[in-house]
Write a protein that binds this ligand. Structure first.
Ligand code: CTP
Ligand code: MG
Length: 225
């Protein structure tokens, strides 16, 4: 299943607390975004990479991508992740499967990419993992209730769709000023089906400083692909 991947990489990384975009931080000698791109560059199903970046970081990213063989298109990201993804979708050919994948998730496995791409032939599809912890709903530091966990999953990326369907969902969201935290939520909002492909707990998002420690450990194990 041939696909295009849209990678939002235009965040600031506030929760990481670094001075620069967290995707530039190094893990085992390579920037986080380079690990993420390697996964797609080496996947024979991936035909085109679309990277949403901040304009002032363009030179850094272009130097970083010099050795990537897959065709790359750069677009300028927006203030919110959703706007960055939308900017990317605008340059994707309409007649393909598109994967949307966080630049900050370097540990996704090819086998799982392929499962999501195949599922997307039937509608929206995302990777997700079951919640492991007990979840409390809290109001002013007081527990309101324990949320039954059996049906709770944590959404990951990639999230995959027919390109024209997710582009149309984003256009409607812009029109009605709807902002979702992921792309599947726009599909859900429109009443379209989204399939969950059971994912892998290694596919974490580099969000806060301790994630760098976990990431280092995952790479040290060395059995990602
Ligand atoms: N992203 C983006 N454009 C934005 C915000 C986020 O392209 N306006 C990208 C990030 O670069 C990241 C992915 O979306 O690859 C997931 O977002 P997140 O983990 O929230 O990254 P940041 O927004 O950079 O971090 P924070 O929310 O802590 O500031
Ligand atoms: Mg963010």
């Amino acid at each position: 299943v041939a696909y295009t991947v849209v990678i939002p990489a235009a965040g600031r990384g506030k929760r990481m607390g670094a001075d620069a975009n967290k995707l530039m931080l190094s893990l085992r000698g390579k920037p986080i975004i380079a690990w993420t791109l390697q996964v797609f560059d080496t996947d024979p199903w991936c035909e085109h990479i679309v990277l949403a970046i901040r304009p002032e970081e363009r030179d850094w990213f272009e130097a970083m991508m010099a050795h990537i063989d897959t065709p790359i298109t750069y677009v300028i990201g927006g203030e919110e992740r959703q706007q960055s993804v939308y900017a990317g979708l605008l340059v994707v050919e309409t007649d393909t499967i598109v994967m949307i994948h966080d630049g900050a998730r370097p540990f996704v496995k090819r086998e799982q990419l392929h499962q999501v791409a195949e599922a997307a032939l039937q509608g929206g599809a995302i990777l997700a993992v079951p919640v492991k912890d007990t979840v409390k709903q809290v109001e002013r530091h007081q527990i309101e209730q324990t949320v039954p966990r059996e049906n709770l999953w944590l959404a990951q990326t990639p999230q995959a769709f027919q390109a024209k369907a997710i582009l149309s969902a984003h256009e409607k969201a812009v029109e009605r000023q709807v902002l979702g935290t992921d792309d599947a939520s726009l599909f859900e909002w429109l009443g379209e089906t989204v399939q969950v492909v059971p994912g892998d707990y290694h596919n974490i998002k580099m969000t806060t400083p301790e994630d760098l420690l976990f990431g280092d450990a995952i790479l040290a194990k060395g059995d990602l692909q």
